[in-house]
Design a protein around this ligand. Structure first.
Ligand SMILES: [Zn+2]
Length: 179
């Protein structure tokens, strides 16, 4: 699938957005910002794909020199409920937490069986790679969003969706995980 940049890309993907996300964005008057965040994520996926010649987040992480570490859970899990993965600029790494991912996989088998073959580790790595790019390597593919962590999240979901060519919007997994 080739991804073109700009509003046509947004339109191409918009139908896949859960209506609750769009309704929420419209209700708080953030609709244009929401679309821009989605476009930022889609464009970043296109950029990193052409930069690395790859769509595989594991290969892209290796090419960027960003090791991926698997840990059972966050260092202080009770302080960060719902956290399944993280990135570090200074540590120059991505952390993936296997216990929360296993819990999510169990919920998905029950509630979203069509997604049961998803590589959850790769999907979360793609999400964290977007945050890594925007905050740690803004020279490469994505500038950080200045005013809203929520918009940064949307952009990361859009990046993940486009990079992995998913037929659903990854925020769906947050709902499944109860995040
Ligand atoms: Zn995120």
């Amino acid at each position: 699938m080739s991804i073109t940049s700009g509003w046509d890309t947004v339109a191409r993907y918009l139908w896949r957005m859960p209506s609750s996300v769009l309704a929420d964005a419209a209700a708080v008057g953030r609709f244009p910002n929401t679309l821009q965040a989605l476009a930022r994520g889609y464009r970043a996926a296109e950029s990193i794909r052409s930069l690395t010649g790859n769509s595989d987040p594991w290969v892209i992480a290796a090419l960027l020199g960003v090791p991926v570490e698997h840990h059972e859970q966050p260092p202080v899990a009770e302080l960060t409920p719902g956290v399944r993965s993280e990135y570090e600029c200074e540590g120059r790494r991505v952390l993936i937490y296997t216990q929360p991912l296993a819990r999510l996989a169990a919920v998905m088998r029950r509630q979203a069986p069509r997604l049961r073959y998803l590589d959850l580790g790769g999907l979360h790595l793609a999400h964290e790679l977007y945050h890594y790019l925007e905050h740690c390597r803004p020279d490469l593919a994505a500038a950080p969003d200045q005013d809203s962590p929520r918009l940064s999240e949307l952009a990361a979901h859009a990046f993940t969706q486009a990079l992995l060519d998913l037929d659903f919007f990854p925020a769906e997994l947050d709902s499944l995980a109860g995040a």
